[in-house]
Design a protein around this ligand. Sequence first.
Ligand code: HOZ
Length: 428
Amino acid sequence: MNHERSSALFHQAKAAIPGGVNSPVRAFKSVGADPLFIKKASGSHIYDEDGNDFIDYVGSWGPMIVGHCHPDILKAVQETMTSGASFGAPTERETILANMVIDAVPSIEMVRMVSSGTEATMSAIRLARGFTGRDKIIKFSGCYHGHSDSLLVKAGSGAATFGVPDSPGVPADFAKHTLTAEFNSLESVRGLVASNRDAIACIIIEPVAGNMGTVPPREGFLEGLREICTNEGIILIFDEVMSGFRVAYGGMQELTGVTPDMTTLGKIIGGGLPVGAFGGKREIMEKLSPSGGVYQAGTLSGNPLAMSAGIATLNILKQPGFYAALETKSRAVAEGIAKGAKDAGYPIYSTRIGSMFCAFFCKGDVIDWPTASQCDTRAFAKYFLGMLDEGVYLAPSQFETAFVSAAHSDADIEKTIAAAAKCFKLIA
Ligand code: HOZ
């Protein structure tokens, strides 16, 4: 497969943009290649600048649940654009999307729109601190909640992929307020809570971890966190930037029945445009400026284009049978890949929740960051490059999630499974 034009564009980009990319996860550094430069996308396929066609399981890192260029979303954005891209003043669409989110997500009674997932988590934490009057927070090793100072501690996603889970530039004075527990270990949480009594403002967690690969919560884990938080006056924040409207219309909290105090969202609710949101109990949210004193703001917050794309997306997701059909496709592709590995005699650990899945290149169970980090990342790189050659575009890191969209066809899925079987045979 020819990647000449992508490589040339990457070369030019590196002179102007650090590392040639505007977000580290886009670089193919950890798989030893140059990133593809994308020209266009449609449905479940993306096309690079060299004219290659790929089945896309990145989906812009999660937002594209209905596929690329869905006609309803195109129409909504085009119509909105003709009446103005941004006003820095309230619009009706913001309330419409806010009410759709409130109706969908069990924990959300009020919601504030922002422009990225990072803003959502950063602001949610400030609000939790303002509400409780406490400074410390607990996060989980391998979880990623964007790149704000307090949260770049033992972080997953690109931070883990590139070996900077604790980034230079984060003052030790900030990081000392961030305590880190192990995902799926209530014991580790209880230990931190016991030694920091009345000092912890919030526990923030991806209820299904999607930034160290896909790691589902074990039975009782989220319920246990809920109990600890209720007993200790700690705000429980579910970071559903990835899982919100993805694993179910109401996210992991709908799927598991565990209701946090606050939730952060992003990705899908912007239909591919820049967006984020954080919401929760009314008594907490009302502490936010201008109704309360906790300050948070944004020029493009509630941007008309993003609101329109979000409303159009959620209207598609609300259609009866949407998630059942997505579940069928997702099961087929994840199980098909795992079978290909088994038949080739190559052991992987396969995980999936709804349309999020991961093939871990490792023999044992993956339940947290210590187990995820044992994976054979060199074998993953071979698999990734093999799949790319076969026309399948995966995230270029073992520590990311693959996303299935409603646009993936049976033919896409069959081709993906056949490609994976071939790749596993080659690396076995
Ligand atoms: N959560 C996304 C990757 N795991 C973020 C994408 C990015 O960092 O660009």
